[in-house]
Structures are given as C-alpha cells and as structure tokens.
Ligand binder design. Structure first.
Ligand code: ARG
Length: 596
C-alpha cells in the first residue's frame, strides 16, 4: 500500500489506516528494530474515550523495563502527526491505552466510501477455486440432522467465499456405494418390493429390517455382500434397482434443499460411486510409493504418531470409505484445482480426516500445478441435541428425519408471524395468508439456520424451537425483525432509499458514530469469516449491528429529525444498515423479509 494513500485517503478501513500509522509511530519512538510490532488496534471498549484503542504500549514497556504510561505518551505523540488527517490527537488512559477518536469529517468520508453496491467488500486477491464437501447424505436413508448441519454450514461458507469473488465447487459426496445400500437392495429384492412405488419411508424401513437380519442371519449377510459385489462389478439388474433407490432418496433430499433455500442441486452431486474406477489405481499409487503395506491380507497406511492405521483395502479386496476419500482429494486438487478443500463433516470423523489428509500429503496429492500445496481443512461440527440434552431421536429411538424438523420450524414461524399480524398496528396486518405463510417460512428456516451458525460450530447445540424462534436475543428472527424495522421507516416516510443516496452524513450523536464504526467493519468481518471459516463471527457482528441500530433508533428521531440535512443523513444511514443486514443474512443463507 502506498504511504500517502494510507495516510490521507479515508478509503481504506480505519483499522488498517490506524495500524499503519501506529506501526510507524512505534518505529519513530523505539527504532527500526520494532518495525514489526503489532500496535494491537481494537475497537474501543469505552466509546466515551475514543473509537479505537492501541494496546501495544503495555507489553512493549514490560519488555523494555520502561514506564508504560510514558511510553504510551511518546507513541501517541509520534502518532499525532501521522493521524492528523483523520483523527484527533490520541490520548493515553489507564495503564497505557492509546485512545483514538476519528474526526467527524473523516468518519463521514469513510462511511461514504463503503456506501457502494459492494458495501466495502473487496475481492480476495487469491482467485483460485475452492471446493467445499457438504451434505453427504447416504442413499436409502433419511437425511438426518447431521446432514442438515453440513448442508447449512457448507452453503453459508460457500456464499461467504463467493462474496469475496472466489469460485466455489459445492461437492455433495453422496454415500451411494457401500454395504448399507447392498443390504437394502438385498432386502427389497428378497421381499419382492415394487421399486417403482417406493417412498423414502419404505427404504428406511427396509434398511432397519436389513440391519436386523444381517446381524442375526449369516446367510442374509453373505447375500448382501454378494449384491455388493454384483453392484460393484456392474451387474445390469442390480444397477437398475440401485438407481431407483437413489432416485427415491434424492427426491426427498431435493425437497429439503428447497425448504432450506440452499444453492444445491443435482449439479453438485459427486457421489462416492463416481470415484469407483479410480480406486484400484489409488491403492496402487500408495503401494508404489512405499506408503501402504500389507497387514493380515489388508492394505494399510501407518502413522508414527498414532496406533491405529488407515485401512485402504480390506482383506477381501473391497475398498473403503477412506479409499474413496483419497480419490476425492486427488480429484479436487488436481482436476478442480482447488487451493482449499473444506470438509464440513461431523466432528466424529475428525480422526478419519486427519488420516486421509496426512496420507494425501505424504503422497503429494495436495500439490497444485503452481507448486504450492492445497490447504485441506476439516470443519467439524457438533451434534444436535433434544431438549433432554441427548442426541435428537424420535420416541422409538430413530434419528429424527430432517423434513420433520424443518416443517415444525416452519409451522412455528408461521404461527408467530400470524400472531403478530393480528395486531392492527403491525406492518403485516392485512397481508393475505399466502404472504404470511411465506414470511413464516423465512422466519422458521432462518431460525434453524441461525441457531446452527451462531455458536462455535464444534459445540453441540440444543434444538429448542422456543429459543430459536424468539424475536428477542441473539436469534435469526431478531435480525430479520431488525431488518424489517428499518424497511418500515422507508415505507412510513414513503421514501425510496435511492433518493437519499447522496445525502451528506452528519454523525453527531454517539449512537450514530457507533453505527458508522460498525458499518465500516463489515468488509473486514466478512474477510475474517472467510479466513477462519467461523460463521459465528459474522453472526455476532450482525447482532451487534442490530443492537446498535436499536440504540440509534431510540435516541435519534429519523423522520422527525431537526433539520432536513439531518433527516436525509439519518435516512441514508438507515439505508446502509438495511443493506448490510440484508447482505449479511444472505451470506448466512437467511432470507430478509421486508415486513414482519
Ligand atoms: N456420507 C458420510 C456420512 O454420512 C458423509 C460424507 C462426508 N464427506 C466425505 N468426503 N467423506 O457420514
């Protein structure tokens, strides 16, 4: 970055500008050896003291055996000139915090600079493709909550990465190629089921019967294995039946995608079976490279730091889940040219991915054409628990099917929306039932998604619709409601947001400043979320923004502002808040209705 530009142009985000200036001030004060010291710029904890604080003086003073307050004063003094274009002279507080307050004009200019279609978000300089492994349902079984989480989180991460200009391959690694399917196929054939009339519940039932039988009856088990061999060898009859049960399963899966509003469809399917022809060659490559070895007839890869090896071929010659995953990584890195391969899969598969990634690195299949190595990451997530804090099960002990959960959430959302619409003062009052149902669906699904994304992903969470659908607190509906409230200002004033698009920002009240400072952070938060793959960062930001908007709304009359310039400034501020809320929710895959 060019120096004059960072110094004088308010076009960069303030944290970057302050970071550069304070680095220079530290060097001026302590000499060139300290050039790489992070000045630790943070948004201020106490807005009355400043907008930002630089916290580095304390630890520097400790290291140097100097008085922290004095050192902070020296750095602050050195920074004063550097910052004069955009900030008041920095002040030292407490044990050595350097407080910085932006000049109102600079803050207004910075805000104007981010009030564009991109909302300040700049494209990722790295333009290489990314692959995200998500959903991964198993054929012949209901999609369960684990697949729900993978789908929701994976789709949100894809949207966030795409928002920064990355090309994302959403890879649905469908489980369509193992013994489970063969067991179901055998069972259906034995019971002479009419495969053309099947629905997913029948497959589920068949799976349970098959499991039961194969466990007790070795003949059934052997027969299932025979079906598997026939399937894998391409037996036409078995293949035809196999395709039928795939179709039945996928119909229900697509229905769930539709309910969820995720950007996923048949074009994203890259099932386990699509790698089948590569498996012998995959295994050979590991043998040739001296990485895999025979062990009691099986082929395994050992790791120095763990007891359990990775099995890549069974003693009966069959291939495994792991073998397919090795082929899939190779495909993603070498064919899709993904510089980052992200696996959004249940935390219980942590060891599996550690083994697979290590095996891949050993053989060098993570090597990209440009000589760099692809980043292989497992994004593990926790279980969804019932209100009794045990994994969500139906009363009879089955996994709860996904559609049941989603429909419940939609019903609850709709109920809530209808209840509110009954109030004659509500903006939704008088909407027809179809419109209300649409909003209810957005609220229900938004609630589920937000609950899924807003806490640390590896933590288990309780599926509690009461809490998730509350319009208060850190929930999806609360954010949707904040957005709708901003919309209603424009509706009330009968103003098109475009109309105030060029109003000058007048940021006098503390709550206006806070709102402005938050809005300036949006692009950075999106970038951080993309880097860390932690959607809760974006959620927290949006929640803070919604809260800051509430305080602003309480303190600052918008339509009845004292002067016309102030009214126009506040309307423009509202418009920007609305767009950032809508955009942020969209990145999380959550709809933002205009009225609620
Ligand atoms: N089908 C797997 C399961 O349900 C998930 C697939 C995850 N992706 C992968 N590449 N292994 O457990």
């Amino acid at each position: 970055m060019n120096t004059t530009q960072t110094q004088n142009s308010p076009r960069a985000d303030p944290t970057t500008i302050l970071d550069t200036a304070l680095r220079r001030a530290i060097t001026t004060t302590l000499g060139d050896d300290y050039r790489d010291t992070d000045p630790l710029i943070r948004p201020s904890q106490r807005p009355q003291l400043g907008d930002f604080q630089a916290n580095a003086a304390m630890s520097l003073a400790k290291r140097l055996g100097r008085d922290p307050r004095k050192l902070a004063q020296q750095i602050a003094k050195a920074a004063t000139n550097e910052l004069s274009a955009i900030a008041e002279p920095p002040e030292v507080a407490g044990p050595g915090f350097i407080n910085i307050r932006l000049k109102p004009k600079a803050l207004a200019e910075m805000l104007t600079a981010v009030d564009t279609a991109a909302l300040g978000i700049t494209p990722d300089p790295d333009t290489r493709p990314i692959a995200i492994d998500l959903c991964g349902v198993n054929i012949a079984k209901q999609m369960h909550v684990g697949h729900l989480r993978s789908t929701i989180i994976g789709d949100a991460l894809a949207r966030i990465l795409e928002r920064r200009g990355r090309e994302v391959h959403r890879e649905n690694h469908l489980g369509d190629w193992g013994l489970t399917i063969a067991m179901v196929l055998r069972e259906l054939r034995a019971s002479e089921a009419d495969l053309d009339a099947l629905v997913l519940d029948d497959l589920d039932a068949a799976y349970r019967r098959a499991q039961h039988q194969c466990a007790r009856d070795t003949n059934a088990d052997a027969a299932a294995k025979e079906v598997l061999v026939a399937l894998q060898q391409g037996d036409a009859d078995v293949r035809r039946d196999w395709q039928k049960i795939i179709d039945v399963t996928m119909r229900a899966v697509y229905e769930s995608f539709d309910l969820l509003g995720v950007k996923l469809g048949p074009q994203n399917n890259r099932p386990e079976s699509s790698y089948r022809d590569q498996l012998p060659e995959v295994v050979d490559a590991f043998i040739q490279a001296g990485i895999a070895q025979e062990d009691q007839g099986a082929l395994i890869i050992r790791f120095d730091d763990r007891d359990r090896p990775l099995i890549i071929r069974k003693s009966d010659g069959g291939y495994l889940y792991s073998t397919t995953d090795l082929a899939a990584v190779r495909y993603r890195v070498q064919q899709l040219e993904a510089s980052r391969v992200i696996y959004v899969v249940d935390a219980r598969q942590r060891d599996h991915f550690r083994d697979v990634f290590d095996a891949v690195r050993r053989i060098g299949w993570d090597l990209l054409a440009d000589g760099t190595r692809a980043q292989l990451v497992h994004v593990p997530f926790g279980a969804v628990l019932g209100t009794d804090r045990t994994p969500l099960k139906t009363r009879s002990g089955e996994n709860v099917p996904l559609t049941t959960l989603l429909k419940k959430a939609i019903d609850r959302g709709t109920l809530e929306v209808k209840k509110r619409a009954a109030d004659p003062a509500a903006p939704t009052h008088g909407l027809d039932p179809r419109q209300l149902a649409q909003i209810g669906r957005a609220v229900g699904i938004g609630a589920v998604k937000y609950a899924d994304l807003s806490s640390d992903l590896v933590r288990d969470y309780v599926f509690n619709l009461d809490r998730m659908i509350a319009f208060e607190g850190n929930t999806g509906p609360y954010l949707q409601y904040a957005h709708a409230r901003v919309c209603s200002i424009f509706a009330k004033a009968n103003v098109d947001p475009q109309e105030v698009g060029d109003a000058g920002f007048v940021l006098k009240d503390g709550s206006e400043r806070q709102l402005a400072l938050l809005l300036l952070r949006y692009a950075g938060v999106v970038a951080d979320t993309a880097r860390t793959l932690e959607p809760h960062r974006l959620c927290t930001f949006l929640y803070d923004l919604a809260n800051a908007y509430s305080s602003f709304y309480e303190r600052c009359p918008v339509l009845k502002a004292q002067s016309d310039p102030l009214r126009r400034s506040r309307l423009r501020l509202c418009g920007l808040v609305r767009r950032v809320l809508a955009d942020g929710l969209d990145l999380l895959g959550i709809e933002a209705p205009q009225r609620m």
